[in-house]
Design a protein around this ligand. Structure first.
Ligand code: ADP
Ligand code: MG
Length: 495
């Protein structure tokens, strides 16, 4: 797929957007809107409705109506449901170029990477999950408390109901797909709340959902901010909430969902250790470790943001990383040559700058990419810190920007000792040519995903999620379906 300059010039529509409630494109009931910006130019792209409590309530009612027994959605056979989901995956691919550009303009990310990663991965989720609709099965289970043959007992799996899904701004369309695909495969209905910074691709997906032929109300998309998300979490008729975002908000959601004891899954932050042994294929380790932090401007929950390098190769690896960093093409995301775009917002840029300042103040040594940054736009300088130590904020906290800290180590036990205090456990990586060492290291990591001699490799079929404060539950793979299903046990006395 290529992104032509003609299409880039034509850009994306500035028409104010509406949100999708019960199959109707609607404004907020009170008419409130929020602006969405192009982070590369700081210009307003367009507005979307700022959904309030009443809008959330309307959307939840629509989702509930669509979930009632006998509704068009509930009357679909599993294979019919699967075909709709598959068709949606096809439509995402058919509109890949447009969606990649939308993603790039709304989020800032390089359009080339959106076309290579975000959009195909979003389509994959729908295609992969479409096959599960016909494979959600219960069991027939022996009943031992009565004579054989006198009881029949079995389980069925049923959709959990109305699901609220709240997603972040770093991979807007991909996060929408990660959330929607399994919920729909399980037969749930959804109210999706995109991030306030990046609502556009989800709204376009809403149009494709209609085009695919999903019944009205099965997917509702309410745009808005944190308060809109909070209204969804507080709503008494939402059966389950699935959230991806910051650990801080994740904890708020745990507290706020107590009202009706919603089922909850959370995919939260990370500060993921990446371990390079002296016996690694160093050019490969350096290239992958640079990708682990600089891909998507470091705005990735699984960024390899804490690099451990075995002492004998420390200087060599740092030198290689600095060279990789200096080679990055920094610029406007919509330029197909760009490898590092702006951060998503002024707020995020200020956050990252705050960490750069704190690192220097704490005595770490910054190495910055030599690139001159554009004067407008939320561009942060890619930065590698050496001389950093645990206890410094840049080492301990998730930065969510293109900032890497490098820590020397002697043996695995040193890494394990530091990692014990890591509140996160989303991803980890190891680079070595020694197979035994690779798997011993993978075994020692308390992380939901461990990369061996690679990073940033994900697949719709592979479970993804966090240990410790990186979250509850898993996304993707058939593991995610558990989050959207209830188990019903039926016990029949045959006498
Ligand atoms: P960030 O701080 O990086 O923007 P957040 O965790 O704040 O990440 O945002 C992730 C998503 O959660 C967004 O869609 C946002 O609107 C939503 N959100 C923020 N605060 C709340 C809240 N208190 N309850 C529910 N959703 C929220
Ligand atoms: Mg926020």
């Amino acid at each position: 797929m290529s992104v032509t300059t003609e299409r880039l010039a034509s850009g994306i529509s500035t028409t104010p957007r509406k949100m999708l409630v019960g199959g109707v494109w609607a404004d907020a009931l009170d008419g409130a809107v929020l602006e969405t910006l192009d982070p590369a130019t700081e210009e307003v792209l367009t507005t979307v409705p700022l959904g309030g409590t009443a809008d959330v309530d309307r959307a939840v009612r629509a989702a509930r109506a669509a979930f009632e027994p006998g509704s068009p959605w509930r009357r679909l056979s599993p294979s019919q449901r699967g075909r709709l989901i598959h068709r949606l995956g096809d439509l995402v691919l058919e509109h890949a170029e447009e969606l990649a550009l939308t993603e790039s303009r709304d989020n800032g990310k390089p359009v080339a990477y959106a076309a290579l990663a975000d959009i195909p991965m979003a389509a994959d989720l729908f295609h992969y999950m479409s096959g599960w609709t016909t494979k959600i099965e219960g069991n027939t289970i022996p009943f031992s408390a009565a004579p054989p043959g006198s009881f029949l007992s079995y389980t069925t799996r049923e959709p959990i109901g109305v699901v609220g899904q709240i997603i972040p701004w770093n991979f807007p369309l991909m996060m929408a797909a990660w959330k929607l695909a399994p919920a729909l495969a399980a037969g749930c209905t959804v109210v999706l709340k995109p991030a306030e910074q990046t609502p556009l691709s989800a709204l376009r997906l809403g149009e494709l959902i209609q085009e695919a032929g999903f019944p009205d109300g099965v997917v509702n998309i309410v745009t808005g901010d944190g308060a809109t998300g909070a209204a969804l979490v507080a709503h008494p008729d939402v059966d389950k909430v699935a959230f991806t975002g910051s650990t801080e908000v994740g904890k708020e959601i745990v507290r706020a969902s107590a009202g009706n004891l919603k089922k909850l899954t959370l995919e939260l932050g990370g500060k993921s250790p990446n371990i390079v042994y002296a016996d690694a294929d160093l050019p490969r380790a350096v290239a992958a470790s640079a990708g682990a932090i600089f891909f998507n401007q470091g705005e990735s929950c699984m960024a390899g943001s804490r690099l451990y390098v075995q002492r004998p190769v420390l200087d060599q690896v740092v030198e290689g990383l600095v060279a990789e960093m200096n080679r990055l093409v920094v610029g406007v995301g919509a330029d197909p040559a760009t490898q590092l775009g702006p951060l998503v917002s002024r707020e995020q840029l200020d956050r990252v700058r705050g960490y750069l300042t704190s690192g220097v103040r704490d005595g770490a040594v910054p190495h910055t990419g030599g690139q001159s940054l554009p004067a407008t736009g939320y561009f942060a300088p890619p930065t590698i810190f050496t001389g950093a130590e645990p206890g410094m904020r840049i080492v301990d906290e998730e930065i969510f920007g293109p900032v890497l800290v490098v820590l020397p180590f002697d043996g695995l036990e040193d890494v394990v000792a530091v990692e014990r205090a890591n509140p996160y456990g989303l991803a980890a990586g190891v680079f070595t040519r020694d197979v035994g060492k690779a798997f011993r290291t993978a075994d020692a990591m308390r992380a939901g995903t461990v990369f061996v001699n690679t990073w940033n490799a994900l697949d719709a079929a592979l479970p993804f999620g966090g240990y410790k404060q990186s979250g509850w539950g898993r996304e993707m793979g058939h593991a995610v379906l558990e989050n959207y299903l209830e188990t019903k046990t039926v016990i029949a006395d045959l006498s």
